[in-house]
Design a binder for this molecule. Structure first.
Ligand code: ATP
Ligand code: MG
Length: 412
């Protein structure tokens, strides 16, 4: 019955893991809001061209990883492999060019047909931000500062490292492309098949190859740094000195490139050594030509996305939930249910079992980490009262039913 297993590379988020996910997402959203970002939620599938035209026809995502299907009317649709293209599409479809600059946060599932491993899934989750309409390198500094803030709030400042590079402007990339093609052509026959195919179409992509042989060749390739135009150099200089001013530690990695085609200028990644091969937890960059490429008015942009599963593996325990109260019926179960309902209405978390003797129910209360037990005995119920037992201290007292909510709210 293989159909009772989740699809390879997907997983169920049971309550404990969900709580970690939520915590990561909420930390990201809370920080993003503090930086002026509002939440946007775009569809989980788009017309295939939204991705195929923008991410780059030689990118891994487009060539190997997309979940693409025709729907019942024969449209080619793709489950989103990433968030930026959909947000850019939404920016154009909703005519948001009037509202620039725009700061958008998103969260949700992404889909890539990859080989599943620890930290690499076929349905995974991202949180991400996009800042649209700002040409200035200050925007780069601000979104990186936000990423650093999020990771710090999650207690990961000492576990991650920021690597940053510049991919230059169009002029620099053109110059670099020529230099790089000349270098790589000497190794044409030694390159992997994928990289040979990319040599004429998109040699920069080869720098990001995960093939061992390619990596050895790339190690000695000329660097982008040497091909930078003065303007691109100055832009990058402003970004790095901005990070210094804000006290955000980073290292320049002149070999860092990004897997998708739409990036220019700043590219960055936060990596960790604690997750084995899947070490990148958050990655992003600038994409000034993306929206124009899609058919909108040219609008610069910069953003990042973080993998929620990878972050959730890194973080310590999320902050504890407020401890519940256990309602324990001793006779009239429905009267107890009524008491539980009243407490919940007053905002108190209540645990209540459906059956069992007093001992069993007390064990359940302890397992739920309840702070108090509210015991609804037959006699107390008759005189419109309950007994509150302090499960930490052991003391107990009888409280009139009418005062129960206010009494408990005060105790909690
Ligand atoms: P990698 O080099 O690990 O394949 P990527 O460059 O493809 O990552 P991005 O497209 O930059 O990843 O996505 C941003 C983040 O989303 C990654 O840094 C990672 O944390 C997460 N991520 C990407 N792909 C997966 C996946 N298949 N499973 C889980 N998380 C992922
Ligand atoms: Mg990938």
């Amino acid at each position: 019955m293989s159909s009772l297993q989740p699809v390879r590379g997907t997983h169920d988020l049971l309550p404990d893991e969900s709580r970690r996910h939520r915590w990561v997402e909420e930390a990201a959203f809370t920080a993003a809001r503090r930086y002026g970002f509002g939440e946007v939620s775009t569809p989980i599938f788009e017309f295939t061209e939204v991705f195929s035209r923008t991410l780059g026809e030689t990118s891994d995502v487009v060539t190997k990883e997309m979940y693409t299907f025709s729907d019942r009317s024969g449209e080619s649709l793709t489950l989103r492999p990433e968030g930026t293209a959909g947000v850019a599409r939404a920016f154009i479809s909703n005519g948001l060019a009037q509202s620039l600059p725009l700061k958008l946060f998103y969260r949700g599932p992404m889909f890539r047909h990859e080989r599943p491993q620890k930290g690499r899934l076929r349905q995974f989750h991202q949180v991400g931000v996009e800042l649209l309409g700002v040409e200035s390198p200050l925007a780069d500094v601000e979104v990186i500062a936000l990423a650093w803030r999020v990771l710090s709030e999650l207690g990961l400042a000492s576990k991650v490292r920021l690597e940053i590079n510049t991919l230059g402007d169009a002029e620099s990339r053109e110059a670099y492309r020529n230099t790089l093609t000349a270098y790589l052509s000497d190794f044409r026959s030694a390159l992997s098949e994928d990289s040979r195919n990319r040599l004429d179409r998109n040699p920069l992509r080869i720098l990001d190859s995960k093939d061992e042989g390619d990596r050895r060749i790339v190690e000695n390739a000329p660097l982008m740094t040497e091909s930078l135009s003065p303007a691109a150099r100055e832009f990058f200089q402003t970004v790095t000195s901005g990070l210094q001013t804000l006290g955000i530690p980073f290292m320049v990695n002149p070999r860092l490139v990004r897997g998708l085609d739409y990036y220019c200028h700043t590219a960055f990644e936060f990596t960790t050594t604690s997750l084995g091969a899947q070490g990148t937890v958050l990655a992003g960059g600038r994409y000034d030509e993306l929206i124009a490429q899609m058919g909108g008015a040219r609008t610069p942009g910069i953003g990042w996305a973080a993998g929620v599963e990878r972050l959730s593996m890194l973080v310590e325990e999320p902050p504890p939930l407020p401890r519940p109260v256990s309602v324990i019926p001793m006779g009239d179960d429905m009267a107890a249910m009524h008491v539980a309902e009243r407490l919940r209405r007053a905002g108190i978390s209540v645990d209540m079992g459906y059956s069992g003797n007093m001992k069993k129910r007390m064990a359940r209360a302890n397992k739920a980490n309840a702070r108090f037990a509210v015991i609804c005995g037959q006699e107390e119920t008759a005189r419109r009262a309950v007994t509150i037992r302090d499960l930490d201290g052991g003391s107990q007292e009888e409280v009139p039913l009418d005062l129960l909510e206010q009494h408990l709210v005060r105790l909690l």
